[in-house]
Design a binder for this molecule. Sequence first.
Ligand SMILES: *Cc1c(COP(=O)(O)O)cnc(C)c1O
Length: 420
Amino acid sequence: MTKTAWLSLDQAKAIKEKIPTPFHIYNESMIRQNARQLYQAFSWNKGFKEYFAVKATPNPQILKILQEEGCGVDCSSLSELIMSDRVGFKGHDIMFSSNATPAEDFRKAFELGAIINFDDISHIPFFLEHVSPELPEEISFRYNPGGIYEVSNGIMDNPGEAKYGMTHDHIMKAARLVREKGVKRLGLHAFLVSNAIGNDYYPELARTLFDLAVEVKKESGLEISFINLSGGIGVNYKPDQEAVDIHKVGEGVQKVYEEVLVPAGMGEVRICTELGRFLLAPAGALISQVLHLKNTYKTYVGLDACAANLMRPAIYGAYHHITVLGKENLKSDHTYDVTGGLCENNDKFAIDRKLPEIDKGDIIYIHDTGAHGFAMGYNYNGKLRSAEVLLQEDGGFRMIRRAETVEDYFRTLEGFWPEA
Ligand SMILES: *Cc1c(COP(=O)(O)O)cnc(C)c1O
């Protein structure tokens, strides 16, 4: 299998005339398509809703597109809440799934009428003390089953080592507790595997949460209003991986729903998701230009982008496919390390990557950077965050965030350069 860039060299050049590289670009049609497919896959569930994980791509114009497609937002910090509010997400269109939460963040979520997803039993008295003496009528609990979580296709993760969520005991205890504090409806949430490839993760997670839901309802008498399968559906970063079939995922969840919830008289429970990566990653790319070619013990391609623009390869060793625009049909018969300019040897977008022969000035398309790409950017080495561009449905483009300037970078300094 191959992975193809959805931007041509001519398009990239035209944009580059107005907006210098590096920049992240997002494909509006693809974002809309992905959202529509997700909604279709879960159309069997009345009230299904996707709460896009803002942290994946925190740009208001991206959030607006998703809002037009019927999505809410999942926030985990004060600034994400404020951004969502300003975009126009209201009340229960906002899910607040945070951890180690400051009182101020809880207060904002409460003020906005967001659905608050409690990460720990101790956060309930904390909330009652610092935010409000009464809980909202509908809240949510984040569950962590502990141990090792294995999905039948072999993917697993280690919830026993994860800081998130409540134990089974705490969920049961907390459910009784919140009932006394005015809660009428409860949602249950868990996020157990990240970037899950294959179609089995959600169905298996659904079984875990549905079983829990039946038990919590029985033990506490609380109505279970929704099950939030959270994020975690993966994308095919590598060319030999198959993309997740979201329709199969939806069918898989439906089957378990009919097996567990319907017979328990819980056929009204809404399904929610908080996908970030699945909706946005393939719909984004990092566009960068080759500044240097260096031949020492290896051959290095030096880009104008660096790990400060896309951190995943440096911190996770994550694979991002690379296309040299305009050279799509040439043989990949050269081997390169593709690097950025940080004084950090792990600032490499690719190591020993087979690519067509690269020349200075070539434009490089780094695939699947639409989620957890720009968002993880940082300023190490005084590197500046890039611009973000939207490739519109009509084929035109517009800048949706300008690049950071040196003055932006200096702005928070105190006592030295009072005025530039
Ligand atoms: C990060 C996160 C998500 C999104 O994860 P993806 O891997 O992008 O799907 C959803 N929910 C919560 C609570 C998260 O922290």
